[in-house]
Design a protein around this ligand. Sequence first.
Ligand code: ASP
Length: 587
Amino acid sequence: MLKRTHYAGQLREEMAGEQVILSGWVQTLRDLGSVLFFDLRDREGIAQVIIHEADNPELFSQAAKLGREYVLSVRGKVRLRENPNPSIPTGLVEVMAEELEIFSTSAVPPIHIQEDDKAKEELRLKYRYLDLRKKSMMDRLRLRSRLYQSLRNSLYEEGFTEVETPILYKPTPEGARDYLVPSRVNPGKFYALPQSPQTLKQLLMIGGCDRYFQIAKCFRDEDLRADRQPEFTQLDLEMSFVEQEDIFAINEKIIARLFKDIEGIDIQIPFDRLRYSEAMERYGTDKPDRRFGLEILSLEEVFKSSDIGFLRTAVEAGESVKGIFLSGSDLYSRNQLKSLEKKAKTFGAAGLATLIFASEVSGSLARIVNEEEKETLFQICGAEEGILFIISGKKKTVLTALGNLRTTIAKEKELFDPKEHDFIWIVDFPAFTYSEEEERFVSEHHPFTMPKKEHLSLLDSDPSSVMADCYDLVIDGYETASGSIRIHDSALQSKVFSILGLSEEEIRERFGFFIEALRYGTPPHGGIAFGIDRLTMILSGTENIRDVVAFPKTLAATDLMSESPTAAGSGQLEELHLQIIRKEEVE
Ligand code: ASP
């Protein structure tokens, strides 16, 4: 077998004259009659191979049978090209072939294995193994692998122990549905795949592990959103005898090293911290991207006795009137503003009012705003020209809509450099929020989160005003990590479960083993989990999560390549003591 001496993508000018053996796939072929060229691709790039009929007729006729995606090794001499192609790294050289060893032929590939391939994503997912041959695709997987390496290096140096926890387990609540696995040997019983290794890593702290980490697969059966996958990977870690600040410090160090290792940049630590309530007020979201301004302006004072009826009545009713100001001239045409309003409505806003400051004031409020209001708004906006967008209504709705509008405008108007990064800890979250749908309190983070010491006395009387020791790390507007200090007292843990509406029996059944474990000497502990897929997306500059997962699932949680999920094979259901009952049959 002709064994590779170099990767195709590594050939350079200074190698001219060297004998090399390359191995890879035929990307393109050009037959010029008595000269044949082909591009050989491997994971590092492509190299041009040339064969003259006159030099070696036998080799030439062997090469004439090649087709796209054939797999081969070629031995030959590197030489400078007569017609260099400076647009690719190997473009100054080519290989004069002396020997070919063909390993595989290929059927005509259903997608073009080229960066400018226009194939639909479904087709690319069906033929994922072909799509992965594209350099950009493989580069992202390799980046992900370097990310693992950097994280592991940091964590080992910091004295963490890498521990694997089970996949066949018990429900670990993180706010999604469980994937259940029926047990063949325990009829009628099910394992749940972990939504996260939360209870397990806490049990490791009780077990004396002190510092644990795991690159953990997590499973959450929820209605999929574009940036989610039903199974995803977390860097999960937990530490004993720590407070919030200790966790921040170590994670800042790990993240700084990661960005140094992958992007070669120095990022500034410590990261800023922002209270959850302030993030909501200023950016309309708990995951703000601060690479651009457009902070939310409170305009209730301006309109509290305005003649503009809908704004005044909103203020009178205790609702909000808020806006964001985009400075500049000729920003949006009338039609574009209309479509922006449509988007604002999809974000929950009732409408989108505008005031455009230019040599003349225009926009939907221009005719009805009075001089004094105009002057005050002009002062608040602090710029000669620009558009003030205003939304009124219930506070949460207004903030959320403006938060979304803010990022939409920033993207449309390219208000930030996507290569820059913004890191921020969001702190001081409420422990519980009331779910109208479920008619009970639900955890803002998860049930194992420690309420703030000074709020413990409010647990019985006013759960909604209890704040928790939990935090998110937001990078470039993505919630990249989330964690908390944990409850390490079994009575307090039981109390929190009961605030969440669990009966004593449910607590015993679902978490009895855990509550019991907390009784045998539990160190104070806390931790965090990073979404590895998100982190890789940020580091590789893609907004598509499927780009950073080797074999991803669609939004319908299916794998188009293997066509899973599938029906159970014959006899399998019986073996698992299961029966499929269709909804119609029940009805
Ligand atoms: N288990 C949590 C999650 O998956 C992370 C943590 O609290 O460490 O979000």
